[in-house]
Design a binder for this molecule. Sequence first.
Ligand SMILES: CC(C)(COP(=O)(O)OP(=O)(O)OC[C@H]1O[C@@H](n2cnc3c(N)ncnc32)[C@H](O)[C@@H]1OP(=O)(O)O)[C@@H](O)C(=O)NCCC(=O)NCCS
Length: 165
Amino acid sequence: MTADLVIRPAAASDWAAILPIFQHVVSEGETYAYPASLSSADARALWMEQPPGLTVVAEIDGVVVGTAKMGPNRPGHGDHIGTASFMIDPAARGAGVGRALGEYVIDWHRRRGFEGIQFNAVVASNEAAVHLWTSLGFEVVGTVPNAFRSPRHGRVGLHVMFLPL
Ligand SMILES: CC(C)(COP(=O)(O)OP(=O)(O)OC[C@H]1O[C@@H](n2cnc3c(N)ncnc32)[C@H](O)[C@@H]1OP(=O)(O)O)[C@@H](O)C(=O)NCCC(=O)NCCS
């Protein structure tokens, strides 16, 4: 499946395809602390990065199946460390799209001279994400206990994960 995968910068016209994925992930409530009540415009402002950041889509046969955003984690004296976020269409999960986007994100940061990538809030019960990021070389450098209220698991930790480049 991922042989046909294309990852490219998101155009403004891609928002219509990204929004349902964003809304599904937020409504699941298990992986991001975005409020469920965000308007399309507010969600778009949060997800569609401006330079020096970048938002990309992953598509198969012209259909958007996932998206990621990336860029400096902090401004100013912190901008040598990057960060990223990922959302895959639930119907396309488990087929390598997340891994392909993760590899793209690492390569994007490396090419631009970032010295590391920090994920600020990986929900500890998000087994797919913790497994995927660990397999790409990230380590949990700390966990804020009970910082996320999971609908399924109750209060769970938020991991800070880091990959030095
Ligand atoms: C986490 C997420 C990005 C993974 O994307 P994906 O396309 O399903 O991932 P892949 O198909 O590339 O699989 C990556 C690895 O995770 C594993 N995996 C997938 N689902 C899993 C699960 N529920 N539990 C454990 N491992 C799982 C796969 O087996 C694969 O490992 P392998 O290559 O060693 O076999 C996707 O599930 C998603 O968008 N989730 C909701 C939003 C989210 O969690 N974003 C990340 C927040 S940090």
